[in-house]
Design a protein. Structure first.
Lengths: 231, 231
């Protein structure tokens, strides 16, 4: 079975992302330390984020709004203005944060592009993801970019039909078991999990049990060999 | 010259949008009336929005963040918490606002879909635009949906090549001279301007002067006849 098309997740697969969220979150916990203990703030932020996901989707702008809302809730509706200003500033800094590709990404993506059609498949804010791709210097290597609001089986069916030769001849590669691996396998694609050292709670899921089209790798540098073995 | 493909803008072309922004803005002006006069607040909000466009792109989440930032600036960094809470609530209500299609849209889009490939081409928040399309009941009539961060000549080149038979055989239809009409004409497409009764200041531009492929219509109901005349 040829693998014509390689779908690549972006955040925490090609470049650091969750680290930046966690740093901002640490700054947020610190900001609110006079109003609530760390565990309470953390739990409340997670709850507000989950509640807002349906409205805001994924990305920095929604995260910023959720931080402000959480601050209000933890301060009985009276979050001090400097706290709100700090949160706004933190959100802007996240957007402006330089893009740092993960070890092995630059060489491996360049090598993959010589043999396969590469498609970037990612959630998040449209403009923000486009900016990161441009800043990464990898943009020219991708035949297509799909920024989607949800990654489910239908997403992979559609994207690999549109930009490749169908899910059957495609592999999806990413750090999220829930968003990158499981729905891609359901769509009939190959799927490779490359864990990032931290995972957003909303993206956790169990690994598939002995699926013939599933693999897990420590580093993206091992991906070309993994694909070659399946050819 | 056959017109195989019809690109349709969404906000203020298929359904009301700017009206909802203006209502929220009126609420915002009112909210800040104790701190600044209407003209000052309005001017400052426009300035903050323009400054943030590069960071936030188009859409409700960025607008909400810009309102909070404007409130902070107008209150010397000390916007009262109730003002911030009201802005957050206003943003959430905008997202949850029911979609109301413009007069003639439902019938006309259905009629166009029988003869042409329809492509929705819009800016804004990804999740928000997908939700509006689903709520409008028009989703099934579109062969493709392209939510883009910018509408320039390259956007139309790419979208009409991917989903149609090239810009040469496509028409772009929308309420924005700057985003829908001028760059589509540059790409070699036909373009039809259907003005909405209010236009966001950032979308204003002059009409093209006597361009053979340009038309302006009072209502979308006149679009099928306009296209038929060009066939």
């Amino acid at each position: 079975m040829p693998i014509t098309t390689v779908g690549l997740d972006a955040d925490d697969t090609l470049w650091h992302n969750e680290t930046i969220f966690r740093l901002t979150q640490a700054r947020f916990l610190d900001l609110l330390s006079a109003h609530a203990d760390t565990a309470t703030t953390e739990a409340r932020l997670a709850e507000v984020e989950r509640r807002n996901l349906r409205l805001y989707g994924y990305g920095i702008k929604g995260f910023t709004l959720s931080m402000i809302e959480t601050a209000m809730e933890l301060c009985d509706g009276e979050a001090p203005a400097p706290v709100v200003r700090e949160i706004l500033a933190a959100g802007r800094e996240m957007i402006a944060h330089p893009v740092e590709t993960l070890p092995g990404v630059d060489e491996t993506v360049a090598a993959l592009a010589e043999r396969h059609r590469l498609v970037l498949i990612t959630k998040g804010d449209l403009l923000d993801q486009e900016r990161k791709l441009a800043a990464s210097g990898l943009g020219e290597l991708f035949a297509a970019v799909e920024i989607v609001s949800e990654k489910d089986r239908g997403t992979y069916d559609r994207v690999f039909a549109r930009h490749g030769t169908g899910a059957d001849e495609a592999v999806m590669v990413g750090n999220s078991m829930k968003s990158d691996v499981l729905p891609a396998l359901e769509a009939g694609a190959f799927a490779v999990h490359i864990p990032y050292h931290i995972t957003w709670a909303h993206e956790l899921a169990d690994a598939p049990d002995g699926h013939a089209r599933y693999g897990t790798l420590d580093t993206i540098a091992a991906l070309p060999a993994w694909i070659a073995e399946r050819a």
